[in-house]
Ligand binder design. Structure first.
Ligand SMILES: C[S@@+](CC[C@H](N)C(=O)[O-])C[C@H]1O[C@@H](n2cnc3c(N)ncnc32)[C@H](O)[C@@H]1O
Length: 329
């Protein structure tokens, strides 16, 4: 099996600590997994979906797996080793999908899966700062990068972003009502000492009196907003959806699993726009944009996990799966 760009795991990984994949049967069916087909798993993570796809596509189907996280890829490489060169793993963002495939001489694929967000292993790894708990917040650094070797950390962004930018992130990515107040408080506080740990961020969130509603710890949406900003998650998704559309052959399928409403809204809107084709204002007498439909939606409403799946894997509860099929040119 191929594995490009090296990385050493920083956590001990065993089958018990691995991420449990979500909506696997539904993905296999919607992707039309079968022999002699080539799939892209754009968020291969710990290889759960990729393994199921490889099993279902034997003896000769292939999976190209991408992930930004080198640690996850190393674990996926071990898990998928029994499939030999039917699995090819590359450390890259799915926004680079066209180049990754072109570089390996693959012109078209039969299916693309994007299982968005972070894995359970990333969430549980304290040093990455994706999640906080009051008990360990003092030791949890504000990192939040999916590729732990690339780009600015959450602490870097909190130190340099303008008050307006911070407020915009908290408003758009966290949908927070006290966004401006929190941004102002962060700028005041960092003038005295940088914000380095989850405890620092929780403290300013309290000082700014930002609420999390009945369902969330007040800082939960603040952490969500920062994670989205650090990894440019919505920008990557927009480009990734366009890249996936372009690399699919006619009849090829695109499946996306989203875990929060911002991602799901973007997927829903993109599928609708691609299905409609023309983007001219409805009052225009004739089409001048010349855009044709490229996708057909095959799920009108998002597919949700069953009660049994949520009981067995509580992290599945917010998953929403949408699928579309590429139309012939
Ligand atoms: C929910 S997990 C996927 C789990 C995987 N389906 C499995 O069965 O183990 C999401 C993964 O997507 C990766 N990821 C998030 N954004 C990405 C992007 N733009 N490009 C590539 N990987 C990304 C994360 O690093 C994480 O490993």
């Amino acid at each position: 099996m191929g594995f490009e760009r090296d990385a050493e795991p920083r956590v001990a990984l065993s089958p018990n600590t691995l991420h449990q994949p979500v909506l696997v049967t539904e993905c296999l069916s919607l992707l039309g997994a079968g022999p002699a087909r080539t799939f892209v798993d754009g968020t291969v993570g710990y290889g759960g979906h990729a393994e199921a796809l490889l099993r279902e596509s034997g003896p000769d189907g292939r999976v190209v797996g991408l992930d930004r996280d080198g640690v996850a890829l190393r674990a996926a490489a071990d898990r998928l080793a029994p499939f030999g060169d039917r699995a090819l793993l590359v450390q890259a963002s799915f926004r680079q999908l066209r180049d990754v495939l072109r570089g390996r001489g693959i012109r078209q694929v039969d299916g693309v899966l994007l299982d968005l967000g972070v894995s359970s292993v990333q969430l549980d790894e304290a040093g990455r700062g994706f999640r906080f708990s009051e008990g360990t917040a003092e030791e949890t650094p504000l990192d939040m990068r999916m590729d732990a070797a690339d780009g600015e950390t959450a602490a870097d962004l909190l130190a340099r972003a303008s008050e307006e930018t911070l407020a915009d992130w908290f408003r758009r990515y966290g949908e927070l009502s006290g966004a401006g107040r929190l941004a102002r408080r962060i700028v005041q506080t960092r003038g005295e000492a940088p914000l380095r740990t989850a405890a620092d961020l929780i403290r300013v969130t309290r000082e700014a009196r930002v609420g999390g509603g009945r369902r969330h710890h007040p800082a939960t949406l603040v952490f969500q907003a920062l994670r989205i900003a650090v990894n440019d998650e919505l920008g990557a998704l927009e480009e990734g959806l366009a890249a996936a559309r372009d690399v699919l052959g006619p009849g090829g399928r695109l499946c996306v699993i989203a875990y929060h409403s911002l991602e799901d809204r973007l997927v829903k809107h993109t599928f609708r726009t691609e299905e409609r084709g023309c983007i001219c204002p409805p009052r225009d007498p004739m089409c001048t944009c010349g855009r044709k439909p490229t996708l057909r939606r095959i799920t009108r409403r998002p597919v949700r996990p069953s009660d049994e799946e949520v009981a067995a894997n509580p992290r599945a509860r917010s998953a929403r799966l949408r699928a579309a099929e590429k139309l012939a040119a």
